[in-house]
Every structure is written in C-alpha cells, then in structure tokens.
Design a protein around this ligand. Structure first.
Ligand code: G6P
Length: 366
C-alpha cells in the first residue's frame, strides 16, 4: 500500500485535510439514496434494548461521550460511558437488555478488548465501531461498524475521531427510529444535515490561518483551558487531549458551567481559554462564562460562527470563525479547530507532531 504524506508536512496535517472525503465515504457506506440507514449484518434493533454501555480509551472515549448526548437526546436511550481501564476492573453489573458498544480506531487496545471480553457473556450484544475491520475487537464482536477513515498514521487521532462521530450519529438516528422517538420528517432533516458535513468541514478548514495565528499564542502558554457546554463539552476534552499529546502543553477541559466551581481560580493573564461556542441554545450561558474569564484577564480564544463572533467576540484575544452548523452536529465541525489549534501549536514549538514522545498509536499493554 502506498502511504505517504501527499504533499503535507506531517501525516497529521494530511489526515486532518482528508476529513471531508473520509466522512463522505463513511456516509455513503451507511446511507442509501432514499435516505435509509443501512447497518452491516446482522444489524441491530434498538427497540429490543433498554440501555447502551459504551467503552473506549483516549480520543475514542471522547467520541463516546459526545454520542451519549445524541443517544439520550434524540433516541431517549440511557447511555453509560466508561474508559476501558476503569470499566473492566470495576466489574460493573450489565443489566438485561443492555448492548455493549466498543469504540476503537485500531481495534487492538488491550483495555478495550479486555472490557469487551468481560461483557461477552453478559450483554445482549457486542457491537464495535472500529477503523481496522480485521482487528481483535472486530473479530470478537457480534456486529462490526467500520468507520471507513482509511489508514491513520499520526499517533494523535484526527480523522478517525470525526468518522467515529459520524457513524455514532447515524447509529443514534437508527436508535431514535427503532424506538419511535423520531418522525420521518425530522429523521430526514438530520440526515440531510449530516450529508452537508463534508462541505461544512471543507469550509472550516479554510479558517486555517485564524487557527494558526491563535496557535502562536497558545505556544507561549504553560496551561490552557478548554470550555464547552452540552455536546461541546466532550469536544473541549478532545481539544485539550490533542494539545497535550502533541505540544506537551498542560491543557484541561471543563464544562463551561462548572468553571466557577474551581478552575476559575487558575485564570490570569497568562492562561489562554479556548471557548467552543456554536450559537446554540446554550450560547448566552457560555458567553457569560466567557465574560467571567475575561473579567479575570484570561485570554479568550473564541471559536464560534460569524454571528457568534460578532455578538460575543469583542475583547477576545483571538477568534476563529466557522460556518453555521445545525446545533446537534457542531461537535463534528468543531473537531477541526480542536485538531488544528493543537497541530499549529506543536509545529510552532517544534515538537514531533506525528510521533509524540511517550505515546503509541496502538496501546496493546494494560
Ligand atoms: C492511544 C492513541 C490515541 C487513541 C487511544 C485509543 O492512546 O495514542 O490516539 O485514541 O490509544 O486507541 P484506539 O485504537 O482504541 O482507538
């Protein structure tokens, strides 16, 4: 197989740029022209389950946390999410009518595989969302949902994350449909919004220069905070993880509303605070949290859409403008600045972007 950087300086840059294409690929594997969702055999009937238990590590874990918002809001299906190393040793009960869902790019992560084996004789069904279809996790699953991201070389996961989100969103819609929680009209609205993601992401990638400029400021920081609300909260975690992984800057994510319960004590003029704030129903609340940061001289990097930047960008240290996106899909689009802020910060610091110290692409030790 021919795997090169395709003219990019790093695999990570190439894999970020590939996202419109690979998400399109994932969509065409799960959706037909008539707007129907197709899962691989043997399929999954969400009308027969009461609960979903999701388990993963690293970036895949944040994809699960994001999907929890979708499954609960759209499909009214209760979801638990665990990091694999905690789940397996906690030995949680697995009630009847629970489906266990494992998300893993490599399909070989030792803790995730062990968690799967723990569930094998307890859960109704073992489902996996993987990039590598021939992996151990895929082999031991009842249903395998490939994400179609193609080979991912950069240790810090990028396109696998947005493809995981894409497949999980489709699965949440399927769950809503099976459980009678969504009407045809709103299902088809969600699906057409999803189909617009490749082009919205392509537009978001055009804000590269704004992200590079903001990253130059991040590169000088010792600590960075990421804030988000709702489904943007897990995305804030993914942004913090990306920055830690490749730039070695300490970064932490907080739910915007939780800022006042501790982390605001960290804020001074040396602490950049990245605020992931699409103009959704919670925008005004997030903006007021952001103003608390500004009042303490924290350096806000506001990521929003044009209207959001216009309404709330004054006094921000930097702003990043993304296209307007249907609220529910914002986590997929806002993954782009999460990735590119980390990427440009690492490049500015001169760290090894594709092979960060101490990290491995696939962690097969426990
Ligand atoms: C490692 C990688 C991460 C990845 C995690 C889970 O820590 O460096 O990028 O998110 O493993 O890997 P998986 O293959 O199970 O998704």
């Amino acid at each position: 197989t021919l795997i090169d950087k395709g003219g990019h300086k790093h695999f990570m840059a190439k894999e970020i740029a590939e996202q419109p294409t690979v998400i399109g690929e994932a969509l065409s594997n799960y959706l037909d022209h008539n707007g129907n969702i197709h899962l691989p055999e043997p399929g999954l009937d969400f009308a027969k389950i009461d609960r979903l238990s999701m388990v993963a590590c690293g970036t895949a874990y944040f994809a699960c946390l994001t999907a929890k918002y979708w499954f609960e809001q759209i499909a009214r299906l209760p979801v638990d999410v665990d990091v694999a190393s905690e789940f397996r040793y906690r030995e949680p009960p697995v009630p009847a009518r629970t489906t266990a869902l494992f998300v893993s790019q490599s399909g070989e992560t030792a803790d995730t595989l062990a968690a799967l084996r723990y569930c094998a004789d307890k859960a109704d069904k073992i489902v996996s969302v993987v990039n590598v279809s021939e992996s151990s996790i895929a082999r031991e699953s009842d249903l395998v949902l490939p994400i179609h991201a193609g080979v991912e070389v950069g240790v810090a996961s990028t396109k696998a994350f947005t493809c995981q989100l894409t497949v999980l969103f489709i699965l949440a819609l399927k769950a809503a449909h099976d459980r009678g929680e969504i009407d045809d009209r709103s299902l088809s609205d969600h699906l057409s919004a999803l189909r617009s993601m490749p082009s919205l992401i392509a537009t978001a990638l055009e804000a590269n220069q704004q992200m590079q400029a903001a990253a130059l400021r991040l590169a000088e920081a010792r600590d960075v905070l990421f804030l988000g609300r709702g489904a943007m909260y897990p995305l804030a975690h993914e942004g913090a993880l990306k920055l830690k992984e490749i730039s070695y800057i300490h970064a932490e994510a907080y739910a915007s509303g939780e800022l006042k319960h501790g982390p605001i004590a960290l804020v001074d003029k040396y602490v950049p605070v990245v605020v992931m704030a699409p103009r959704d129903a919670l925008f005004d609340k997030t903006v007021s949290n952001m103003q608390e940061v500004m009042a303490r001289k924290g350096r806000v990097i506001l990521v929003s859409d044009r209207q959001g930047v216009e309404d709330a960008g004054e006094g921000a240290f930097a702003t990043i403008t993304l296209p307007t996106v249907p609220d529910v899909l914002a986590p997929i689009l806002y993954a782009i600045p999460a990735q590119l802020l980390a990427y440009h910060t690492a490049v500015a610091k001169g760290t090894d972007v594709d092979q960060p110290r101490n990290l491995a692409k696939s962690v097969t030790v426990e």
